[in-house]
Design a protein around this ligand. Structure first.
Ligand SMILES: C[S@@+](CC[C@H](N)C(=O)[O-])C[C@H]1O[C@@H](n2cnc3c(N)ncnc32)[C@H](O)[C@@H]1O
Length: 203
């Protein structure tokens, strides 16, 4: 398949699809981090280039619910971020996945088709990740990890806890220019599940 991985500079999803034989390309306003097959530019300019599958990771800065206290000051920026998402979801590509954290996409456009966690795909972290799917089946968890610890709520309820954010203590990184890049990379286990499960012959 010809696979477009839009809004990806890391190459994680692109490499996962290439490793199982697909003609996969990433596209981002930024250069690729790994020098692989990559288009530098606005992903909207390549949507008509004959792709079989597209996976999009649009920026969540103006959409994520975790930034809700700033919504009032984000008026126009949030409207254009939502318009970007609408354009990607309406791309003339038969199979589309759009990934974002819990965000206003759910209330302003539509609810996600699936909510996944890294700990369902072999990573010890929790990071609620929403998927909006067009023409694709839900991802099947591949390696479900047990919680790394338990906590007790003030009401006495025992709740599962997983590590948060990234491996290798990256969630404890100090401020730096590329901190957001490391934190926004797609988890390898999720990328591999996409490439192994979203094949041309699953229908
Ligand atoms: C949250 S990051 C996603 C990173 C991705 N998960 C990865 O592993 O590389 C969002 C990315 O969208 C890119 N971006 C924003 N607007 C874009 C556009 N119009 N066309 C292509 N990429 C865009 C940004 O440069 C940024 O790298």
């Amino acid at each position: 398949m010809r696979v477009l991985v839009g809004c990806e500079f890391s190459g994680v999803v692109r490499r996962a699809f290439r490793s199982v034989g697909h003609d996969a390309w990433s596209c981002d306003l930024l250069d690729s981090a790994d020098g692989g097959e990559h288009i530098v530019g606005d992903v909207r300019s390549v949507l008509n280039d004959g792709w079989d599958l597209a996976i999009f990771h649009p920026p969540c800065t103006d959409l994520a619910v975790s930034g809700a206290r700033y919504f009032a000051s984000k008026g126009d920026r949030q409207a254009s971020a939502l318009e970007f998402v609408r354009q990607l979801l309406a791309a003339p590509i038969p199979r589309v996945c759009l990934e974002n954290p819990v965000s206003v996409i759910s209330t302003k456009i539509r609810r996600p088709d699936q909510i996944i966690q890294p700990h369902q795909f072999g990573h010890p972290e929790s990071k609620t990740t929403c998927l909006w799917l067009v023409g694709l089946p839900k991802l099947v968890p591949t390696a479900i990890l047990e919680p790394t610890r338990w906590a007790v709520t003030p009401g006495g309820r025992r709740v599962a806890r997983w590590d948060n954010q990234t491996l290798g203590g990256q969630n404890k990184l100090g401020p730096s220019d590329d901190r957001w890049k490391k934190r926004s990379e797609t988890y390898l286990g999720i990328a591999q599940a996409m490439s192994q499960q979203w094949r041309a012959d699953y229908e």
